[in-house]
Design a protein around this ligand. Structure first.
Ligand SMILES: Nc1ncnc2c1ncn2[C@@H]1O[C@H](COP(=O)(O)OP(=O)(O)OP(=O)(O)O)[C@@H](O)[C@H]1O
Ligand SMILES: [Mg+2]
Length: 513
């Protein structure tokens, strides 16, 4: 290879931008059928994202593929479009299967595939644990073309002989590394053994730690590796900060940050299920509208929590890594890593819940003094430094809340439909000085920092990280330490508190100004 002369970073980014602009790819240039084009148009997809542009033509040629691209860049459609396009809808047999690590992801992927398959009238069915199996058996009798499922439930159906995969030509492993982490490798092997060998196998993720390569060797034929070359593993539109905190002050700092940053929708990651339960309960106690999601909740509960979050009737979702993998919820503005994740891949996936499909986002990571080595590991992986943010003070939190209230008042002034309140306002102004009245209104509307005591069991810091170098110099990031810590099993659902009225539930209402 010819050694190219060193070029400056700015020049390099310019080249990248130009290249990206030149490669804006229209879907019709990728060899997709008119029927599928119709669906894409209906979905509002105009141009293919880079991972779609690069993998769809290969996939249409039936090549086995490993696709890696940043979070939120459209990997689902990258595998979904060609799979759907190859469906023969005259044949009422299962022709494509997607295996995903969690129920929520299976549902989400099946919904996206359903939309892509609209033009072709492809029938898509999600099958996952926790849902009544008889209902699924009846749905399977309806002869879907594509199945999206979690490994355990797919195997269950295979063993019951309610699912036959002998006509499948495309098998997709979404979030394969997570399925490895969760110990699904044997299940996946057993499922793939039921699918004809001439099949096409595709594997997609935002991160590709080394064990994935081994998995690929085992299940795939001469796979083409498509990595969307970007300077960074994480999406540049996500601002990344870290805050140094003591374990015991984490919760107060979190609530201050929430008050200052007023996220529209936020996801807070905790390390264990117990942590998620305690955090969501504590947040509700302090007047935030939060709910938790993790693997011990019933499937119906998990789906209802996610639905509420998507609709905005709760604005803080507290989650474990697994529960949030791959989830595509538009409008998540902030991600808080209450506990730093154990491996750098998790960090990438966690913060990737924001900054999706070209939007911006903010990621905040709490680091306790003994976990500082993890910060470096993450930064080395993402090839990006996080900015340090000082823990905000109570006064700053109050100021943040006041600003938010002033913003709301100004919006209300602009909305210009205040006629009904005019007389009362004039009467009030006769009785009192205008400044005092505004002060009172501000005080009533401002959610003053709440110090209601809460109970949070302290997490032990992660074991000091050995300074591991990437074992493969060509890799764009280092392999993470695998094997997730098993969380203590406890299933307690958090209460569904609405955001409390500002003046109630406050223990220190007189301690300011
Ligand atoms: N070509 C496109 N044009 C516009 N929007 C798109 C396009 N492709 C995908 N999207 C939208 O972008 C969002 C993110 O897509 P998707 O969930 O597939 O990301 P992902 O790469 O799988 O992310 P993750 O690594 O987190 O799983 C979705 O809402 C999807 O509908
Ligand atoms: Mg995905």
């Amino acid at each position: 290879m010819v050694q190219s002369p060193p070029i400056s970073d700015t020049f390099y980014s310019l080249v990248l931008i130009r290249r990206r602009m030149n490669t804006l790819t229209k879907f019709q240039d990728l060899g997709i059928s008119l029927a599928t084009m119709k669906s894409l148009k209906r979905m509002g997809f105009e141009e293919a994202t880079p991972i779609q542009a690069q993998t769809i033509p290969l996939s249409l040629e039936n090549k086995d593929l490993i696709g890696q691209a940043q979070t939120g860049t459209g990997k689902t459609a990258a595998f979904g479009i060609p799979m759907i396009d190859k469906i023969d809808n005259e044949k009422d047999v299962i022709q494509g299967i997607v295996i995903a690590p969690t129920r929520e992801l299976a549902i989400q992927v099946s919904e996206e595939l359903y939309k892509i398959g609209y033009g072709k009238r492809a029938k898509v069915l999600a099958i996952y644990g926790g849902q009544d199996i008889n209902r699924q058996i009846r749905a399977l009798k309806n002869r879907p073309h594509i199945i999206v499922g979690t490994p355990g439930r797919i195997l269950d159906h295979i063993n019951r002989k309610t699912l036959r995969l002998e006509n499948v030509h495309t098998a997709i492993l979404d979030e394969a590394d997570e399925m490895l982490n969760m110990g699904f490798i044997e299940d996946i092997e057993a499922i793939l053994a039921q699918i004809p060998e001439e099949r096409q196998t595709l594997l997609f993720s935002a991160t590709m730690p080394p064990p994935i390569q081994r998995m690929a060797e085992r299940f795939m034929k001469d796979p083409q590796i498509v990595r969307v070359k970007t300077k960074e593993v994480t999406v540049p539109l996500i601002e990344q900060y870290y805050v140094e905190v003591q374990e015991r002050s984490k919760f107060d700092i979190l609530t201050r940050l929430l008050d200052i940053q007023s996220p529209e929708l936020a996801i807070i990651f905790g390390r264990t299920k117990r942590r998620v339960d305690e955090l969501s309960e504590a947040l509700n106690l302090r007047g935030y509208n939060a709910e938790g999601i993790h693997g011990d909740l019933s499937q119906a509960k998990r789906i209802s929590v996610l639905r509420k979050f998507k609709e905005g009737s709760i604005d803080v979702l507290v989650a474990t890594d697994v529960a949030a993998r791959g989830l595509d919820i538009s409008g998540v503005t902030h991600v808080y890593n209450f506990d730093i994740p154990q491996d750098p891949e998790s960090y990438v996936h966690r913060i990737g819940r924001t900054g999706r499909a070209g939007k911006t986002g903010v990621a905040m990571t709490f680091i306790t003094p003994r976990e500082k080595s993890y910060l470096q590991v993450v930064e080395r992986t993402t090839k990006r430094k996080m900015d340090r943010m000082k823990p905000p003070t109570l006064d700053e939190a109050l100021e943040g809340q006041q600003k938010a209230v002033i913003e709301r008042i100004l919006q209300s002034v602009e909305s210009n439909n205040l006629q009904y309140y005019k007389q009362a306002a004039e009467e009030l102004l006769e009785q009192q000085d205008a400044t005092i009245i505004v002060q009172a209104v501000l005080k009533m509307l401002t959610k003053e920092p709440d110090t209601t005591p809460v109970k949070l069991t302290e997490e032990k810091p992660l074991p000091a990280k050995r300074d591991r170098r990437p074992d493969d110099r060509n890799r764009s990031y280092s392999g993470g330490q695998k094997g997730r810590q098993k969380a203590p099993v406890r299933s307690r659902q958090s209460s569904t508190g609405k955001r409390h009225n500002n003046d109630r539930n406050r223990s220190n209402s007189n301690s300011y100004r």
